[in-house]
Design a protein around this ligand. Structure first.
Ligand SMILES: Cc1cc2nc3c(=O)[nH]c(=O)nc-3n(C[C@H](O)[C@H](O)[C@H](O)COP(=O)(O)OP(=O)(O)OC[C@H]3O[C@@H](n4cnc5c(N)ncnc54)[C@H](O)[C@@H]3O)c2cc1C
Length: 324
């Protein structure tokens, strides 16, 4: 019996949010008195899997077949299914991602398991497993439990407080039976969106709205983002007007993010915008209108003109960086 964390790969590295899946699996295993293991599929750089030794995992099964690097969700689901059967696992923990959205449902059918997505906290273990989920585009939470013996969880980024617990982590090769017959699309190539930090993975996001007046003013957003090693984002009207690319639009109809820090500049805080960003750990709002609704959701607010405040903030960050 064990609890499995699925370790997602990103360009031969461990996807940063997978550390949370590993920690959550370890915390649940401790409460259940069982062991936590990981499953990693595809090619990883030397030491990449070992970097999870402080998450409390005891073993990572590694399917090192490079042909599985761009595999479809169906094939990866077949691999996870195999390991869960071998390990008699009751719980699988994944991170919420484009992959897990598709893979979770397929696995749930194979394993006769419940698939609980959008989980915002490592679940409480009472008689059942109680999971807090984000629902209605982030406007509410619900607590659910499954009536199945097996459960598949998908955790939103920043759902788990990372705790370090070093174990002597063993990386064990895992071979799967031939899955070439499993139908599904293969990823032949990937082209990353241009720019610095990827929005979905960013710990810090600097976002601009219509208050920036035009695309020619985006330099102040980009400079602050570069100083903080942050990703840039925007409100919907901004991308609708082609000031910024559509993949940067956050909100109900855009990307949903939950970074550690979200800095909103010249954004009013409409409910549709908040739906995509209100799971951020800390929200900072910069707006010249003290009545802007976003201030009600903010942890910190600056009432002021973005064109004065943002360059001063960037200068302050640079000054702090030069001291360390
Ligand atoms: C079905 C539906 C779905 C939607 N989905 C989304 C979505 O996913 N994401 C999204 O963002 N929106 C979405 N919207 C649109 C949403 O309702 C708002 O219209 C939008 O978020 C407003 O964008 P904004 O805050 O950039 O612009 P505005 O509402 O125009 O706000 C601009 C803000 O900038 C401030 N400002 C102006 N000048 C300055 C300055 N010099 N310095 C500082 N502050 C300044 C103003 O005080 C104001 O608060 C959706 C709407 C609908 C109907």
């Amino acid at each position: 019996m064990s609890i499995v964390a699925f370790i997602e790969r990103e360009a031969n590295h461990v996807k940063s949010a997978s550390r949370e899946a590993a920690c959550c699996a370890s915390q649940l295993a401790k409460k259940k008195g069982t062991r936590a293991i990981g499953l990693a599929v595809g090619t990883f750089d030397d030491g990449a899997l070992q970097s999870l030794a402080d998450t409390g995992l005891e073993q990572i099964y590694h399917v090192s077949d490079e042909r599985l690097n761009g595999s479809s969700a169906s094939r990866l689901a077949a691999v996870v299914h195999e390991l869960m059967n071998q390990e008699d696992s009751e719980i699988l923990v994944m991170v919420q991602s484009a992959l897990s959205n598709v893979m979770g449902g397929r696995l749930a059918v194979k394993q006769k398991a419940a698939f609980i997505s959008n989980v915002v906290e490592c679940p409480e273990l009472t008689d059942t497993l109680e999971c807090k989920r984000s629902v209605y585009s982030g406007k509410a939470f619900s607590v659910v439990s499954a009536n199945t013996s097996k459960i598949i969880l998908a955790l939103r980024k920043n759902a788990v407080t990372l705790q370090t617990e070093s174990k002597n982590l063993e990386i064990v090769p895992f071979s799967v039976p031939d899955i070439s017959g499993v139908r599904g699309a293969e990823v032949l190539s990937r082209e990353k969106a241009e720019g610095g930090v990827l929005l979905s993975d960013a710990e810090i996001v600097v976002s601009g709205g219509r208050g920036l007046k035009g695309p020619e003013n985006w330099g102040i957003i980009e400079q602050l983002a570069r100083s903080l090693h942050a990703a840039t984002a925007c409100s919907k009207p901004v991308s609708d007007m082609d000031w910024r690319p559509h993949h940067e639009h956050v909100g109900q109809t855009g990307v949903k993010i939950s970074p550690s820090l979200y800095i909103a500049v010249g954004i009013s805080g409409a409910i549709q915008h908040l739906a995509g960003v209100n799971a951020s750990k800390v929200i900072v709002v910069i707006n010249k209108d003290p009545e802007a609704p976003f201030f009600k959701e903010a942890d910190y607010g600056v009432v002021g003109d973005a064109f004065e405040v943002v360059p001063r903030l960037t200068a302050a960050v640079e000054a702090l960086k030069s001291k360390v």
